[in-house]
Design a protein around this ligand. Structure first.
Ligand SMILES: O=c1[nH]cnc2c1ncn2[C@@H]1O[C@H](CO)[C@@H](O)[C@H]1O
Length: 413
C-alpha cells in the first residue's frame, strides 16, 4: 500500500477510545477467507466469502457459548501462524484508524493461539518428544512477538495507539500464572493489563467458585505487582459475579456487566468504587446477554448507566462476529436516544479509565480535548494582563455532564 494512501489515515483527527475488543475476534473476513483458502481449510457453504461471513453471523441469539462457537470456524487458520498474527494486528490498527480511534486496548489469550492447545493427545505426545513435522514448535513468546510487532508497525503507519490486555480463560486455569508472567515480562513492550474471558463462572455457587481459586490468586498477585485488571463479568452471568470480580479479584473495570443492574446493592458498590463498565451494544444481543429490542418493557442497561452518569465506554467486542464497526455501535446508541454529549463523555471516561500510565493518560486526554474542540489555546499578547504570561494556556471546561431521561425501547420505535 502506498504511503500517499496511508498518510491521510495517519493524520486523521482521532477522537475515540476503545477498551474492549478481542484481537482474535477482530480479524477481517477477507483476510480469513484468503488464508483459509490458501491453507486448504474447510470453508462453510460453497466456499465463498459471503458464505463465510454468513456462517460467522449469529442467526438466533442464544447464549454466550453459542456466540463463541464461531471462533472454531476460523481459529484453525490462525493457530501457529506468526505471520498471520502480525498481519491481523497490523490490519486491526488500520481499521481502528478508519474508525477515528485515538487509543485502544486490544485483548487476546496467547495460549489459545498455540498449535499445542489445538493438537490431539497423540500429536501432543509427539510434540513432547521433540517437534511436529520437524518444525520448531511455537511458544507463547512467539505469539506475543508477532502481535506486538504488528501493532507497533500499525501504530507507526496509522497513528492509532494500541496497548495489550492478556486474557486468562475460564476452564484453563493452568495458563493463568503464565499469563501473569507475560504481563510482567511484556510490560515495557505494551502489555497494560490482565483479563478473564470465556464463559464466566464467577456468578454461580460454591463449585465454580472453587474452580476460580487459581484465577483469584493470580488477580491478587496482579494487583500486588501493579498490573491493571479487568474481568468479563455480568455478561450473561448474575450481578454476584460482578461483585466477586470487584471485591475478590480487584477488578478496576468490568467487561460487559449488564446484569449488575439486577442487584441494586452491587450496582451501588460499583458506583462507590468508580468501576468502569466496558459496554458492547451489538454483542450484548448476539450473546443473548440482553434480551431483544422487541421486548417493550426492557431498557438496555447502558441507558441506565448513562442516566446515572456511571462510567462506561463504547466497544465492538468481536467485530468478526458482530459484523459491526465502532460507528455502528455509536449509531445504535444514538437510535436509543443517547446524545453526542453522552458519546463524548464515554470517550473521556474511557481515556480516564484506560490502563495507561498517568503521563500518557494525560496526553491522551489532551488529544481528545483537541479533537473535540476543547482546545488549549494561547491568549493573544494584547489580551494578557501583566500577571498572565503570553504563553500561558487555558483549558476549556470539561465535557458537559448529560442530564437526560430515557424512555423504553418501545417509546423509540
Ligand atoms: O464476549 C465475550 N465474552 C467472553 N469471552 C469472549 C467474548 N468474546 C471473545 N471471547 C473469548 O476471548 C478469547 C480471547 O480473545 C476469544 O478467543 C474468545 O474465546
Amino acid at each position: 500500500m502506498s504511503l500517499i494512501f496511508n498518510e491521510p489515515l495517519k493524520h486523521r483527527p482521532k477522537s475515540r477510545v476503545e477498551l474492549h475488543v478481542h484481537l482474535d475476534g477482530a480479524i477481517r473476513h477477507e483476510t480469513l477467507w484468503e488464508v483459509m483458502r490458501q491453507k486448504g481449510l474447510s470453508l462453510p457453504g460453497n466456499g465463498s466469502l459471503s458464505d463465510l461471513k454468513e456462517a460467522l453471523k449469529v442467526q438466533e441469539p442464544r447464549d454466550l457459548a453459542h456466540f463463541l462457537q464461531a471462533f472454531a470456524i476460523f481459529l484453525p487458520a490462525v493457530v501457529g501462524d506468526a505471520a498471520l498474527m502480525e498481519r491481523m494486528a497490523y490490519e486491526f490498527l488500520e481499521d481502528q484508524a478508519r474508525e477515528c480511534v485515538a487509543y485502544c486496548e486490544v485483548r487476546f489469550c496467547p495460549h489459545l493461539l498455540l498449535p499445542s492447545h489445538n493438537l490431539t493427545p497423540s500429536e501432543q505426545e509427539t510434540q513432547l518428544n521433540g517437534s511436529v513435522n520437524g518444525a520448531k514448535e511455537m511458544v507463547v513468546e512467539d505469539v506475543m512477538d508477532a502481535v506486538l510487532k504488528g501493532l507497533a508497525r500499525g501504530e507507526q503507519q496509522f497513528g492509532t495507539k494500541a496497548r495489550v490486555i492478556l486474557c486468562c480463560f475460564w476452564g484453563q486455569s493452568e495458563w493463568s500464572w503464565d499469563i501473569l508472567r507475560l504481563c510482567e515480562e511484556y510490560k515495557e513492550r505494551g502489555v497494560v493489563g490482565i483479563d478473564l474471558a470465556g464463559v464466566e463462572g464467577l456468578g454461580s455457587e460454591s463449585e465454580s467458585f472453587t474452580k476460580s481459586a487459581v484465577e483469584c490468586a493470580v488477580f491478587e498477585a496482579a494487583k500486588e505487582k501493579g498490573i491493571h485488571r479487568t474481568i468479563h463479568a455480568g455478561e450473561e452471568g448474575p450481578a454476584s459475579g460482578v461483585q466477586k470480580a470487584v471485591e475478590m479479584f480487584g477488578a478496576e473495570r468490568i467487561g460487559h456487566g449488564y446484569h449488575v443492574l439486577e442487584d441494586e446493592e452491587v450496582y451501588k458498590m460499583c458506583q462507590q468504587e468508580n468501576i468502569h463498565f466496558e459496554m458492547c451494544p451489538h454483542s450484548s444481543f448476539l450473546t443473548g446477554s440482553v434480551k431483544s429490542l422487541t421486548t417493550p418493557s426492557k431498557r438496555h442497561p447502558i441507558l441506565r448507566f448513562a442516566e446515572d452518569e456511571v462510567s462506561f465506554s463504547i466497544n465492538t467486542d468481536d467485530p468478526t462476529l458482530t459484523h459491526t464497526r465502532l460507528s455502528d455501535e455509536y449509531k445504535l446508541l444514538i437510535s436509543w436516544g443517547l446524545t453526542e454529549a453522552h458519546l463524548t463523555r464515554a470517550n473521556f471516561q474511557a481515556a480516564l479509565h484506560s490502563f495507561l500510565p498517568p503521563k500518557e493518560k494525560k496526553q491522551l486526554i489532551d488529544q481528545l480535548k483537541e479533537a473535540y474542540g476543547f482546545i488549549h489555546y494561547s491568549l493573544p499578547p494584547i489580551l494578557c494582563s501583566t500577571s498572565t504570561s503570553p504563553s500561558e494556556t487555558r483549558t476549556s471546561t470539561p465535557p458537559p455532564k448529560p442530564s437526560v431521561t430515557f424512555g423504553t425501547w418501545a417509546d423509540r420505535s
